[in-house]
Design a protein around this ligand. Structure first.
Ligand code: HEC
Ligand code: HEC
Length: 212
């Protein structure tokens, strides 16, 4: 009787142990699968409803705005901002500097006031007018849609932003300034509301990058 009981107990513990190992395995696998998913799902799982077609379509609109002079002029590939609808190098070559705020006598805020200056060819204004910092340049110029989409969702390249912070960036003061550019400058190709809608759609459908 004793013997039999012990045996049964042994069996019970063995199957319990096997079950525990199995459960752990499944958990590890599920976790592994989850992290191989797109970045979007690991940071904000609840807001994402994946749809690669809708996502890529929305990004095409986003891309047109990002590459427009009102945005690209502050996201240059070099260390000098760009000017004008033809995105030529900024006259007098103000340099980025470590913080993106210019150097010495050529600090951005020396000329760029909190508001737009009246008249044509005057500096556009914003209290926070500057380039992205030297250690994270957030370059738009010369980037293909594929490259730019990948860069935008990479926290190591986008200023450590998660998906929620990226969404909120649609209403950032410098982004909004693109639609209040000062006299004589063209507006981005779509309205801010349309841009914001495309931006959020792109992110919430999984932030997919176009093939090229
Ligand atoms: C005056 C210069 C300036 C203008 C104009 C500007 N930006 Fe930026 N942008 C910055 C700076 C500086 C940062 C970094 C600060 C930050 O991340 O909050 C930035 C960051 C960003 C980021 C987040 C970083 C990334 O690459 O994911 C996005 C997105 C962005 N800008 C989009 C735009 C769009 C869209 C426009 C035009 C409608 C625009 N910017 C116009 C200066 C500018
Ligand atoms: C010496 C004055 C001066 C300094 C310093 C200066 N700017 Fe400018 N900036 C101007 C003027 C003037 C314009 C308008 C030029 C025009 O429209 O022909 C301008 C235009 C621009 C534009 C073009 C805006 C657009 O939508 O096309 C950008 C971008 C810009 N500046 C960024 C910067 C940044 C970033 C810094 C600091 C690193 C800086 N500027 C420093 C005078 C200055």
């Amino acid at each position: 009787m004793m013997n039999f009981n012990l045996k049964r107990k042994g069996k019970f513990y063995r199957s319990a142990a096997i079950l525990t190992v199995l459960v752990c395995l499944v958990m590890v696998m599920a976790f592994g699968l989850n992290t191989t998913h797109h970045v979007a799902s690991s940071t904000t799982p609840r807001i994402i409803k994946k749809d690669s077609l809708a996502s890529v379509k929305a990004f095409k609109e986003v891309y047109r705005v990002l590459k427009s002079p009102r945005c690209m002029n502050c996201h240059p590939s070099g260390d000098i901002p760009l000017q004008g609808d033809d995105s030529h190098l900024h006259t007098m070559s103000p340099k980025r500097g470590v913080e993106g705020k210019g150097l010495f006598a050529m600090k951005c805020a020396n000329c760029h006031q909190p508001q737009n200056a009246p008249g044509v060819h005057t500096p556009p204004g914003n209290p926070n007018w500057h380039l992205p910092p030297a250690d994270m340049k957030m370059v738009f110029q010369g980037k293909t849609p594929y490259q730019l989409a990948k860069q935008l969702v990479n926290p190591k390249q986008n200023g450590n932003k998660n998906m929620q912070q990226l969404i909120e960036h649609a209403d950032d003061g410098l982004v909004l300034s693109g639609w209040n550019p000062g006299e004589g400058r063209t507006l981005p190709p779509i309205s801010h509301a349309e841009f914001k809608k495309a931006w959020i759609t792109w992110i919430k459908t999984g932030a997919y990058a176009p093939k090229k």
